[in-house]
Design a protein around this ligand. Sequence first.
Ligand SMILES: Nc1ncnc2c1ncn2[C@@H]1O[C@H](COP(=O)(O)OP(=O)(O)OP(=O)(O)O)[C@@H](O)[C@H]1O
Length: 251
Amino acid sequence: MEDIAKLTEVSKEFRNGRGISGVNLSLQKGDIYGLLGPNGAGKTTLLKMLTGLISPSFGSISLFGQDLERSFASGMRKVGCMIESADFYDYVTAIQYLKLNASFYPNIRAQRIDEVLEAVGLAAFGKEKIRHFSTGMKQKLAMASSILHSPELVIWDEPTNGLDIEGVVHFRALVQQLSAEQGITFLISSHMIHELEQLCNRVGILNQGVLIREGNVQELLTDNHSLEQYYIAELQKGKELMNHGRLDSRI
Ligand SMILES: Nc1ncnc2c1ncn2[C@@H]1O[C@H](COP(=O)(O)OP(=O)(O)OP(=O)(O)O)[C@@H](O)[C@H]1O
């Protein structure tokens, strides 16, 4: 199967000694991959490396079969991402903001802006200035911006932050629709484990910079009551291995 993204033995060591260590991870076309892990586990660091925002200390990363460093522009053209909180110009409207972002890509149809606003549930607010937006509305706008250029791979860091219940349900439907209709591949980091259980076909658990487990969600659910139960059990095992010095604890 085609690798959309592949990390091989990727490590990042910050000056304070933290980061991620020896991560191997690959995304196949059509995957909805959920990245789980406690605070500080390294999820955002991994996503930043995959999108070229920071460079790995060791290892290699490829996107669409090409080395990320060598083919950065062509690779990233097919990626839509939202990592940490998005920065906005407060005094422009949502439509003006999306128009500005669209200008960085060739050939985005004017109608596409209405389509993405509709897709994230902001159709009624396109002409409002962003400074009047709530946290959740800004999150939706960041999502709209990340899919504006019809990417093949979407990378979202904590996408449900600030969304209300209806917004979370809408978010799930959007991912399912984009996956089913356009075959978009997703990499989503989240603490909302029940969301990931319903949405993802694969999950990986990062703990203290190490990808301690990966699995197919359906298979995990045949052996475990819930993804949450599996996750807690794996973290507990990780702690025990760490205590016995059998898990990489360099980070
Ligand atoms: N620029 C940096 N300099 C030094 N340390 C950093 C830097 N960025 C991240 N770290 C450290 O690397 C580790 C991983 O951070 P990261 O933000 O990737 O975690 P995370 O899994 O996304 O956490 P959360 O769930 O809380 O968002 C943390 O210990 C963090 O303090």
